[in-house]
Design a protein around this ligand. Structure first.
Ligand code: HSE
Length: 403
């Protein structure tokens, strides 16, 4: 089998390294060598051992009948989507780690793959090296999936861990994540929640068959989290985690969101730190299943890419069903989402906070702010109370939902 890799960045290089290091075992497994014939790379990378394979023109790859699999590791929507589409149309299997392309164009690409009788596989796009998409699409597919709660971004989990367990600054922790090859080219996609948003959209599409536009998913990142919040959470027995969540309602619609949550330390998700990801899936017959492993980085992502490649090489069947694009009514209005909430309020007399949030539990708080835990309330109720508070001059310093 001859393959082409698009891009020789962190993931493309890692995939070539794995195929080189484990070549013998892979050949034995699939009954013949798996060879990288080309790497599409426009940059000069003088110390790269694969330079002899570099080509600059995608036409060389798409027009070569010997290349049966294209491994897309370019990142970004374009030209990654365009090249993936052309490769599928040319009857080549496509494997990718590109969550942006899968979340934006998965409906079309899966349809074209099906029409052409080839596979479009993207295990590496969610959870780095964790096998989660294939099990969700196959082993768990007899269940109705009631909920998914996942730590889906390695960079933000690494930052939260380094900041709050090792006292690193946000900027230093982010720089470390970038140096280790965890962060996106533009790390705003990590810290503002967009990367996790793409991943929960993909997980939910597998669970429900419906792909929701990322712009329709309520998304918050970690930039507003303060160390005072993490200390308060910790003393109450919670960890702060950025979660992607899908929650099915009794009416069969679902909520989708990305936001920081306080997670009870008794919940296994609370103990997942550094670059590790964890995805808890609840099926109506299986109950909870937890997937755990490294969520980013060259080697884990290469592991998932090559797992898909071997699935193709061994003649595996397509395991993703066709997706449809979400329509109005698939997604429940987020303003109805109910949760307990941790709040920190400033610039306000305690009396006013008590009048507005009278049924809350007030915490021993640092000077200058009032921290409290509310009973369950919807987003709408919370927004109403926050508006009343600001009309008395109060300011919400922090608002974190409780899982
Ligand atoms: N930037 C992503 C993360 C890479 O930190 O999780 C893996 O998708």
């Amino acid at each position: 089998m001859q393959v082409a890799i698009l891009g020789c960045g962190v993931v493309g290089r890692g995939t070539a390294d794995l195929l080189t290091a484990n070549a013998e075992a892979i050949a034995a497994r699939v009954g013949g060598p798996v060879t990288v014939k080309y790497i599409l790379e426009r940059r000069e990378i003088p110390d790269c051992p694969y330079q002899a394979l570099f080509v600059k023109d995608f036409e060389t790859i798409v027009s070569d009948p010997e290349v049966s699999v294209v491994i897309e590791a370019m990142g970004g929507s374009h030209p990654a989507y365009d090249f993936s589409l052309r490769a599928l149309e040319a009857g080549k299997h496509v494997i990718t780690s590109n969550k942006e392309v899968v979340a934006n164009f998965g409906v079309d690409l899966l349809r074209v793959a099906r029409e052409k009788g080839v596979l479009y596989l993207f295990e590496a796009s969610v959870g780095g090296g964790i096998p989660v998409l294939h099990p969700l699409a196959s082993d768990l597919s007899g269940n109705l999936i009631d909920s998914i709660s996942g730590i889906l971004n390695g960079t933000t989990n690494y930052i939260l861990t380094r900041m709050y367990e090792a006292g690193a600054s946000f900027a230093d922790a982010l720089a470390e994540a970038q140096e280790k090859g965890y962060a996106e080219a533009n790390p705003a996609a990590d810290v503002e929640g967009l990367d996790a948003c793409r991943k929960i959209a993909i997980l939910a599409a597998i669970a429900t068959g419906t792909l929701v536009r990322t712009g329709d998913i309520h998304t918050e990142g970690i930039t507003a989290i303060r160390s005072a919040d993490v200390s308060a959470a910790s003393s109450l027995g919670y960890a702060v985690k950025l979660l992607g969540r899908m929650v099915r309602t009794a009416a069969g619609e679902f909520f989708l969101m990305v936001a920081p949550f306080l997670v009870d330390k008794a919940n296994p998700l609370a103990g997942i730190s550094d670059v590790f990801n964890g995805v808890m899936i609840h099926g109506n017959f299986v109950d909870n299943v937890l997937f755990y492993g490294r969520g980013a980085g060259a080697c884990p992502t290469a592991s998932a890419m090559v797992g898909d490649l071997l699935h193709v090489a061994l003649g595996g069947a397509p395991y993703h069903s066709a997706w449809r694009a979400a329509e109005e009514g698939d997604l429940t209005d987020f303003s109805y989402f109910a949760a307990r909430r941790y709040l920190a309020v400033g610039d306000c007399e305690r009396n006013s906070v008590e009048v507005i949030f009278g049924d809350a539990e007030f915490l021993a708080s640092p000077a200058g702010e009032i921290q409290l835990l509310t009973p369950p309330m919807s987003e709408r109720e919370y927004e109403d109370k926050a508006t009343r508070l600001s009309s008395c001059g109060g300011k919400i310093l922090s608002h974190i939902r409780i899982l």
